[in-house]
Design a protein around this ligand. Structure first.
Ligand SMILES: [Cu+2]
Length: 182
């Protein structure tokens, strides 16, 4: 996988796949192509005309955003559990005051609503957030707040992962959803 072979057009820099021939004494790139392109609509424009957003503005008044680790929290409203959390290199913080900040505990049948803010205000530090057991996955751009919701109808211990390569410690970026049986 390669970064920045193509012009950047937003906070997340483009990734491409490269097919490399390793048989000789020098590596040779045989083919380069963007990852998962969806060319429904394309337009050619001079590169110097493109001024992209590199990081979304830090908007402290944005509803559901959390910018300080100690403000990350989990709130129950009836059978809804709202998680006001943070994604940052290289961890998730769901409850800034808990001993295990990366764990969310709910009851089977609860609706779980994650509001996550990526507080890394640097170019290309895009985080992923996936709860694979519930078929949920999203991407959060630097400075962005995004919401994911689902009903936790299966009891068990489910890992949460960052699914976008964000730094050398990307694979450490994980957490747990604990769903207590009814
Ligand atoms: Cu990440």
């Amino acid at each position: 996988i390669a970064k920045d072979s193509y012009l950047s057009v937003g906070p997340s820099h483009p990734e491409s796949m490269q097919l490399i021939d390793l048989t000789g004494s020098k590596m040779k790139v045989i083919q380069t192509a963007p990852v998962d392109p969806e060319p429904h609509y394309a337009q050619i424009i001079k590169a110097d005309k493109i001024k992209t957003i590199e990081v979304l503005p830090k908007d402290e008044k944005r509803p559901n955003s959390v910018w300080k680790q100690e403000d990350a929290r989990i709130e129950r409203k009836g059978n809804e559990v709202h998680v006001y959390g943070i994604a940052m290199r290289s961890k998730f913080i769901f409850d800034g005051k808990a001993e295990r900040k990366d764990v969310v505990t709910v009851k089977q049948g609860d609706k779980v609503i994650f509001h996550l803010t990526n507080i890394d205000l640097d170019e290309d530090i895009t985080h992923g957030f996936a709860v694979n057991a519930y078929n949920q996955n999203m991407e959060i751009q630097p400075g962005e707040t995004k919401t994911m919701e689902f009903v936790a109808d299966k009891a068990g211990t489910y890992p949460i992962y960052c699914t976008n390569f964000c730094s050398a410690l990307h694979q450490e970026m994980s957490g747990y959803l604990l769903v207590e049986p009814k």
